[in-house]
Design a protein around this ligand. Structure first.
Ligand code: TEU
Length: 560
């Protein structure tokens, strides 16, 4: 079967530009640094590069607070560097996806600067302003980054909405001028040769009519806003309008970041006719290790149970089959490192084995896999011990809210949870070699380097034929070569549903079957699966096949 779209068997590599490679010694990664590393990405074999925001920004939220959508942030370079980067990517046969952050802007964006001037300013209605209620915020919504989602503006005696930081006011998508300003900006980037967009929290842009209060538990100070703003009543209308004005005019790839989306939502966003987006990032498998107390959200230290993970992956594989397209990911700039979270970084042997096992689990599913910088060399959580070592406002604000303000946790416990789940774990500089600062910068890195760089780095990985890097390289190659990975059906092996230790699934099309067997534990186990005698061992993280014996974190795939 021919692929319907060029990206159906593509693999995407995500770069967090600030942390990837510094070229001028200022301690911050930049576009020239990326240009210098394009050959490395080509060697890995990825098809598409997604860059986190590189636009002009005061960097309150590392570029997710944009003050000019059509300029490059000066610490990263300029438009000439950008042109060189996109040309370098295209010359190597790869594509470029940019981040699109249009739920909110920075408070330094000229639209907001104008809007603040007063109620009759022509940009006032670009944002969401409301009068207070009895001297309080207009409703009980909490921000994703702690505290209220409303900020009081003294000059006009009104509040503006910010689902994220105070400096990230939400745009008013009810206003057609906002929408068309966004579409024009997208078309402007497409004309520069950009091949697609990853759309930040795109399913939060349609707010509910009347902005009603949300439900909250007794020990929650503010209501969790997600159930109220995710997948809002006009979202599909907005995305179809965007598609008509932008996507339908270019050969693009689009992925929507959609927290709170169910498979039923995803069917609408990412249906195979592409009336809206090509695929979504859903979050269900990222939430299986959350704290049972909703007031504590993601702050916890338990490992995801295999039964929960398998049930979730299986649900998404089955529900989207033939209807919509999946994205597959373990990691991004907001999540802890996969090997520390779902695998085992306690010994060097287990780190390598479990990283390969998890890669196998994901890369044999249907969908488009995303690899986050450093995942391909098995980078681990930095797990910094002191709050001072953390840079990300989410962790710092959460500490102050949960420990100092609400006394829901003691400081020591919260530090344990932050070490597991802080977004900083993903944002420590890329580890290139064993030299000072991991070869990331000759200056002082904006975020501390993970001390593990001395033994976990690209140099080491490229020199070792059994490294995680080469395993990922092979997985990417297999996706390009074997249509069954892209178009085959997915089915759990009979009897696997209740296995607490092993995950085994089949992929199948008219001429090929793949049997994927994964030991999620550090234990040696015995399992019998019926494998035809002519089956070939396609890939494994052990040098030989021990038949019914599964060694710690063993992964193997048979083809027949
Ligand atoms: O993240 C949105 C989002 O859902 C996050 O708040 C996520 O729940 C959290 O980071 C998990 O800890 C996007 C971007 O990926 C993130 O980096 C931005 O900070 C955020 O939007 C605001 O733009």
């Amino acid at each position: 079967m021919e692929n319907k779209h060029w990206w159906n068997n593509s693999v995407v590599y995500q770069i967090y530009p600030k942390s990837f490679q510094d070229s001028n010694g200022d301690g911050v990664g930049d576009l020239r640094g990326i240009i210098n590393r394009l050959d490395y990405l080509q060697k890995l074999g990825v098809d598409v590069i997604w860059l986190n925001p590189i636009y002009k920004s005061p960097q309150v939220d590392n570029g997710y607070d944009i003050s000019d959508y059509q300029a490059i942030n000066p610490t990263l370079g300029d438009m000439a560097d950008f042109q060189e980067l996109i040309d370098g990517i295209h010359q190597r046969g790869m594509k470029l996806v940019m981040d699109l952050v249009v739920n909110h802007t920075s408070d330094q964006h000229h639209w907001f600067q104008e809007a603040k001037k007063g109620k009759d300013n022509k940009y006032r209605d670009y944002y969401i302003w409301r009068d207070g209620k009895d001297g309080h915020e207009p409703n009980n919504w909490g921000s994703y980054f702690s505290g209220s989602a409303w900020q009081y503006d003294q000059d006009s005696d009104q509040y503006y909405l910010h689902l994220f930081a105070t400096q990230q006011p939400d745009l008013n998508w009810e206003n057609p001028d906002v929408r068309h300003s966004v579409y024009d900006m997208m078309n402007w980037w497409a004309a520069k040769g950009v091949d697609g967009f990853r759309m930040d929290v795109i399913n939060l842009i349609s707010k509910p009519e009347g902005l009603p209060d949300g439900k909250k538990a007794a020990d929650e100070k503010y209501a969790n806003v997600e159930p109220l703003v995710a997948n809002g009543h006009r979202i599909h209308e907005f995305l179809q309008e965007m598609n008509k004005n932008v996507m339908s005019k270019h050969k693009m790839i689009t992925v929507g970041e959609t927290p709170g989306a169910t498979p039923e939502d995803a069917e609408k966003y990412a249906d195979l006719d592409n009336k809206e987006l090509n695929m979504v990032f859903q979050f269900e498998h990222m939430g299986l290790d959350g704290n049972p107390n909703p007031a504590l959200g993601k702050w916890y230290d338990q490992k995801t149970k295999l039964s929960d993970l398998r049930a979730n992956f299986t649900k998404w594989q089955e529900k989207l089959a033939g209807k919509a397209w999946n994205s597959l990911y373990w990691n991004n700039h907001d999540q802890p490192r996969v090997v520390s979270r779902f695998g085992d970084d306690s010994t060097e042997e287990y780190r390598v084995k479990s990283a390969k096992m998890l890669a196998t689990m994901l890369h044999f599913q249907q969908g488009t896999p995303y690899i986050y910088e450093g995942e391909e060399i098995g980078m681990t959580n930095a797990a910094f011990p002191k709050l001072d070592d953390y840079v990300d406002l989410e962790s710092i604000n959460a500490y102050h809210q949960l420990v100092d303000d609400q006394h829901l946790l003691d400081g020591k416990t919260m530090m344990k949870y932050i070490a597991k789940h802080s977004r900083d774990n993903a944002r420590t500089p890329m580890q290139w070699d064993a030299s000072a600062n991991a070869g990331f910068t000759t200056g002082t890195p904006w975020e501390k380097v993970n001390p593990a760089y001395k033994y976990i780095n690209v140099d080491q990985a490229l020199a070792d034929p059994n490294s995680i890097f080469y395993y990922y390289q092979k997985l990417i190659q297999l996706r390009h070569e074997l249509p069954v990975i892209t178009n085959g059906s997915y089915r759990l092996v009979d009897g696997n549903e209740d296995d607490q230790e092993v995950y085994a699934y089949l992929r199948q099309n008219a001429d090929t079957t793949l049997l994927v067997i994964l030991n999620y534990t550090a234990q040696g186990l015995t399992r019998h699966y019926d494998v035809p005698s002519d089956a070939k061992l396609l890939i494994s993280n052990y040098a030989d096949d021990a038949g019914d014996v599964l060694r710690p974190y063993e992964a193997k795939v048979y083809q027949y």
